[in-house]
Design a protein around this ligand. Structure first.
Ligand code: FES
Length: 167
């Protein structure tokens, strides 16, 4: 398998590695850098659990090769977390019981970070909410989708309604 050099800045820290050309960004983050907050669920771009920010835009890390991120700035859920305690957004999830098993929560936090950065006052009717829906099933209103059991959680409704006011 061919190897390629890649330089990526992750959560503000530069990293240089020689990696297999077909190594995904998700596996690079988890196995090369030990950033296991990026989770892998479906591994084909549907569930959103692996979502990270690449140059500020939400990106499915399972669909991007690490070498494609060469020269990019990547932010993972670890990069959203303060040195001590929780961010406002993380605390809003806790306060509104928006976690359930927590497996896809990193992707939701990353997606919401972008959403709230770009939309100061999002509503359930906002196009941006629906654009973020794959990682935020509770906001998508598509309750029959098998994407996540969280979509059926009444608590998810509460955190969805409260997060924009808290973040
Ligand atoms: S693991 Fe990447 S979208 Fe599901």
């Amino acid at each position: 398998m061919s190897k390629q050099a890649t330089r990526v800045t992750v959560n503000g820290k530069p990293h240089a590695r020689v990696v297999d050309a077909r190594l995904t960004l998700a596996d690079f983050l988890r196995h090369e850098l030990g950033l296991t907050g990026t989770h892998l669920g479906c591994e084909h771009g549907v569930c959103g659990a692996c979502t990270v920010l690449v140059d500020g835009r939400s990106t499915r890390a399972c669909l991007m090769f690490a070498v494609q991120a060469n020269g990019c700035e990547v932010t993972t859920v670890e990069g959203l977390t303060p040195d001590s305690g929780l961010s406002v957004l993380q605390q809003a999830f806790v306060d509104n019981h928006g976690l359930q098993c927590g497996f896809c929560t990193p992707g939701m936090l990353v997606t919401l970070t972008e959403l709230l950065r770009d939309n100061a006052d999002p509503s359930e009717r906002s196009p941006a909410i629906f654009a973020a829906a794959p990682a935020m099933p509770a906001l998508s209103r598509r309750r029959s989708t098998p994407r996540s059991a969280c979509a059926t959680d009444p608590g998810a409704e509460r955190w969805a309604q409260n997060i924009s006011a808290r973040a």
